[in-house]
Write a protein that binds this ligand. Structure first.
Ligand SMILES: Nc1nc2c(ncn2[C@@H]2O[C@H](COP(=O)(O)OP(=O)(O)OP(=O)(O)O)[C@@H](O)[C@H]2O)c(=O)[nH]1
Ligand SMILES: [Mg+2]
Length: 461
């Protein structure tokens, strides 16, 4: 990926919209734009003036054909998204004007940007660090208001600051130790062994709290999963539709209506909850049923919470009881559905079989007790996750793994300091830890990892 190239890409989705933006970054952005842009009032454009927007036309320099009416913005390096010269062209939002403008740029020497290449340049040119670059994706993909708020914290560099301050403390410790190793006979004003151990422990505690934060972050980033299971026809799809407030899944009085799993997301108290409707669990009549049941089971294994549904208007069956057994010990909520009909289910037996469980009576079609269901769900799911009221940070899996690695190195260092092992070893462990932390902010991140991170972005970001 050559940084010398001038890159171009659509920055808005291809389709019909108010405007569609093509953006170009790199040394040749202005010279390419000059060849295809005609200012509307015939006056000459002042290309040396930054953050200026001009009204005019994109014209094919070869056949003089006008492609679109546009607004063109000139942005001079280094105060731009990539720190390079940038031209942004606001076309009318249709796929053809956007594509034709893009093609003209390509013909004149720009290269189509790879996914995330604009942000990668912002990182490589030092405008943002890697953790901030990853936050850009979190902002784009935020599913709730709260998720957005904490993604923006990352973008502002709040997570990076924590890493830098941890690194600073570690560097201090390393320089102290190195001075002692190099000048063993000199009187160096350095902290005692106990003080160093204390310092190490302090750093470890901070690292631990960051790792913990990663778990909280997971629910804001990826959301949590709830799976609805139960016998055929108990009303699972009706509940999915009621929670979504739209007719997403087919509902019918014929048992076995849902064959495949259906996943949809709702906003549950600020975090995204993915609800999975599944095929009814019972005797499979054919291979399709079998596959549906297999999928329902695998969804159940991945779920953070199980909604186990029974039909209140019918007596309990063996299949219901089998499901009570299968889900024992899992994070589950028992739902008795169809309470608007006359009731035949044996509630006493359910209580005896599941004395510890919360049982909620609902009517999916009438919407009865759905608010209560949401409240209990969020309590159940969030009970082990302490939501920090101040500014929590999003920490992704990659970053969490790196933090774990750094923790291992620091634990080794602590061990070394305890057993009176030569201080050189301690320094090695600390340096390894520093190296790991550098992978979060990007100082020590390999090309392959960068490729993987930025390939998740869209083209034009
Ligand atoms: N009276 C009443 N009927 C309901 C309620 N919930 C669902 N039903 C009806 O029960 C039937 C089955 O509903 P579905 O939502 O398709 O049931 P399901 O569990 O998804 O069924 P499968 O996909 O076959 O496993 C439909 O006729 C619904 O209208 C309810 O709360 N009250
Ligand atoms: Mg269904």
């Amino acid at each position: 990926m050559d940084q010398e190239d001038t890159i171009i890409a659509p920055a808005t989705p291809i389709g019909q919209s108010g405007i569609g933006i093509v953006r170009m970054s790199g040394r040749r952005s202005f010279s390419i734009a000059k060849k295809i842009f005609r200012s509307s009032n015939g006056s000459r454009v002042n290309w040396s003036s930054t953050f200026r927007t001009h009204h005019g036309w994109i014209v094919d320099p070869e056949n003089k054909e006008t492609v679109d009416e546009v607004l063109l913005t000139i942005m001079h390096s280094p105060k731009t998204y990539t720190r390079e010269d940038i031209v942004e062209i606001n076309c009318h939002g249709g796929s053809i004007p956007l594509r034709k403008t893009l093609e003209l740029g390509l013909k004149l020497g720009a290269r189509l940007a790879k996914p995330g290449e604009f942000t990668r340049r912002a990182f490589l040119n030092g405008r943002i660090d890697l953790a901030q670059a990853e936050s850009v994706l979190d902002v784009v993909q935020a599913k709730t208001d709260k998720g957005l708020m904490i993604a923006v914290n990352g973008l502002k560099g709040k997570f990076s600051q924590k890493i830098y301050s941890l690194k600073e403390e570690m560097v201090d410790l390393v320089s102290c130790l190195e001075a002692e190793i190099e000048f063993p006979d000199e009187e160096i004003d350095s902290p005692s062994r106990t003080a160093k151990k204390k310092q190490l422990k302090r750093i470890l505690t901070k690292l631990d709290s960051l790792i913990e934060m990663g778990e909280t972050a997971r629910i804001y980033r990826e959301g949590l999963k709830a799976v609805i299971i139960g016998r055929p026809n108990v009303g699972k799809s009706s509940l999915l539709n009621a929670l979504l407030d739209r007719e997403r899944a087919i509902v019918s009085c014929i048992p076995g209506t849902t064959r495949d799993t259906i996943e949809e997301s709702i906003n549950m108290k600020g975090f995204p909850l993915c609800i999975i409707d599944t095929a009814g669990l019972g005797k499979a009549k054919n291979v399709v049923d079998q596959e549906g049941i297999k999928r329902a089971h695998s969804s159940m294994d991945q779920a953070d919470i199980i909604f186990l549904m029974v039909d209140g208007s019918l007596p309990l069956t063996e299949e219901d009881e089998l499901l009570f057994q299968k889900t024992r010990g899992k994070n589950r909520l028992i739902l008795v559905n169809k309470i608007d009909l006359s009731q035949r289910i044996d509630r006493q037996k359910m209580k005896t079989l599941m004395p510890q469980d919360v049982i909620i009576e609902i009517s999916a079609t009438r919407g009865t007790n759905l608010e209560k269901l949401k409240e209990v769900t969020s309590e159940l799911i969030l009970k082990e996750i302490v939501l920090s009221p101040s500014s929590p940070l999003l920490i992704n899996v990659r970053q969490k793994n790196v933090l774990e690695q750094a923790k291992k190195s620091l634990l080794r260092a602590l061990e070394a300091s305890r057993e009176g092992i030569p201080e050189e070893m301690l320094v090695l462990d600390l340096k390894e830890g520093l190296n790991s932390l550098g992978e979060i902010t990007g100082e020590t991140t390999g090309e392959d990892i960068l490729d993987r991170i930025f390939s998740n972005f869209c083209i034009g970001k």
